[in-house]
Design a protein around this ligand. Structure first.
Ligand SMILES: [Mn+2]
Length: 483
């Protein structure tokens, strides 16, 4: 009957008060309330939902809702749009209109149920639900009544490119315009004001995770951590395992636990492939004695996880001395930075990154590297540009790379409730600059960390990372995650 799982139809997926699994209806109401309270008088918010994306011709990908639209509504159907008007009339500080497709017997026969307009009002808290084909006319009538516009997506019409057409195929809205085209055209036709980017406003709130969000994020990380643990054993059960098999095994385990999709294309990089940060071809075979680096995480009930582990493969399930030495250097940096993931450290993500560069340089010099220590920057060029060419950290949440709101900028202090990754790495190219026993070893260890007031909470704690635990998982003696 409905276009998405609801408590009354899918009690196996969610609690009675949840609008989406793990997030109660009241929380969606609070999100809109807080957003609208933060915006000046005369504000109009327009947020488009996602559209179906196509692999080729009419072959579509599984739909994923646009993140901000989902955050503000919990509505999971494609081709929908949200308008919030800041107004003192009515039962709350804003008026909410949701545009969607509504019931359509023919379409539903092919694509599955859609939620009807009356139910959209009752279930999703809209003041009004209207057909998407009316979006253009409705919006055009509203724009002159408001003095500030906040729109999402912003990139196309925000810059006022004339008659810019989106690449997204038109939905079947009655005007023949896609929602994006309707938004662009309506904005083109009013001269002022220039719209602002809604994403920046919403990001300020998305940066701090509620207790319910923290619970879902922990579950997402738990599922991925379990899949990593079992994959350690799987990579040690047969010789020459294809990297793609390890990826398939990881995805299979996450799906069994209820994850809707991978949060990103898994990196399964054996041997020297691990020196490529975003290696995703995954088409080589694991060689005896090599390490394998897996950067993989699932999306669960709208929240992502992002975990990397690096471990030995068939037949020994043991690190060589050189591998263990690099691994240990990365682990020391990870632990050092993780301990600072608390509000009381008054540090920013950038500060943590600088710390990680210092620690890595110090640890590598103990191994015979000849790196300048001290502050990051030009003095640390080999570490930052060659051995560790990426940033330590990024916020995660509904998006794998959550937008930096003002409160989560890389340069502002960490705040309790933020969730970030901590992911130092070392990738040693076969260069005479570096000791030869370490050539072609690549190690990254990545955790998801909830910033606490006084202490960090490692959400991905269940994925082994101490050498003794990793080797035990590889050898099938850890006691958890074994076959
Ligand atoms: Mn990451």
């Amino acid at each position: 009957m409905y276009g998405q799982p609801l408590a009354k139809t899918h009690s196996h997926l969610m609690a009675p008060h949840d609008l989406t699994p793990g997030i109660p209806r009241s929380e969606y109401e609070e999100r809109r309330e807080k957003l609208m309270e933060s915006l000046p008088e005369g504000s109009l918010v327009v947020c488009l939902g996602g559209t179906i994306k196509y692999m080729s011709q009419e072959i579509f990908y599984k739909f994923r809702q646009a993140s901000d639209f989902w955050y503000l509504t919990g509505f999971q159907e494609p081709d929908a749009a949200l308008i919030l008007e800041k107004t003192s009339q009515g039962r709350r500080s804003y008026k909410m209109t949701l545009f969607c497709e509504g019931k359509n017997a023919h379409k539903e026969k092919w694509e599955g149920a859609r939620t009807g307009f009356d139910d959209v009002v009752t279930l999703f808290g809209a003041d009004e639900a209207r057909d998407s084909s009316l979006f253009y006319t409705h919006l055009k009538g509203l724009l002159p009544l408001y003095s500030r516009y906040y729109v999402s997506p912003y990139s196309v019409q925000g810059r006022r490119r004339k008659r810019c057409r989106s690449l997204v195929p038109s939905s079947s809205v009655g005007t023949g315009l896609s929602l994006q085209e309707a938004l662009d055209r309506a904005l083109d036709e009013v001269q002022s004001p220039i719209p602002a980017d809604l994403k920046r406003e919403v990001a300020r709130f998305r940066a701090i995770k509620s207790v319910n969000e923290q619970t879902v994020l922990r579950k997402a990380a738990d599922i991925s951590a379990m899949a990593h643990t079992k994959s350690m054993r799987f990579a040690n059960m047969q010789p020459n395992l294809p990297e793609a098999s390890l990826a398939a095994h990881f995805e299979y385990l996450c799906t069994l636990e209820g994850a809707q999709r991978m949060a990103y294309v898994p990196v399964v990089a054996s041997g020297a492939n691990s020196l490529v940060i975003h290696y995703t071809s995954n088409d080589n075979l694991l060689q005896e004695g090599d390490l394998v680096l897996i950067d993989a995480g699932c999306e669960y009930n709208g929240y992502t996880s992002d975990i990397t582990r690096t471990y030995p493969t068939f037949p020994s399930g043991r690190f060589t001395t050189a591998q263990a030495e690099i691994y240990n250097a990365v682990l020391v940096a990870l632990k050092h930075c993780t301990a600072l993931c608390r509000e009381t450290s008054k540090m920013s993500m950038y500060d943590l990154h600088v710390e990680s560069c210092k620690i890595l340089a110090r640890e590598l010099n103990k191994l015979g590297f000849n790196l300048r220590e001290g502050n990051a920057g030009p003095g640390n060029a080999e570490v930052e540009r060659i051995l560790y060419p990426h940033f330590l950290s990024h916020p995660i949440g509904i998006d794998l790379h959550e937008a930096y709101g003002n409160r989560s900028s890389a340069y502002s202090s960490l705040q309790a409730g933020m969730v970030i990754t901590v992911e130092p790495g070392i990738y040693v190219p076969p260069s005479s600059l570096f000791p030869s026993q370490y050539h072609n070893i690549g190690v990254r260890i990545e955790d998801d960390v909830l910033i606490g007031k006084h202490d960090p909470v490692v959400l991905s704690v269940n994925a082994p990372k101490e050498i003794v635990d990793v080797e035990a998982a590889c050898q099938g003696t850890l006691g958890i995650g074994s076959y």
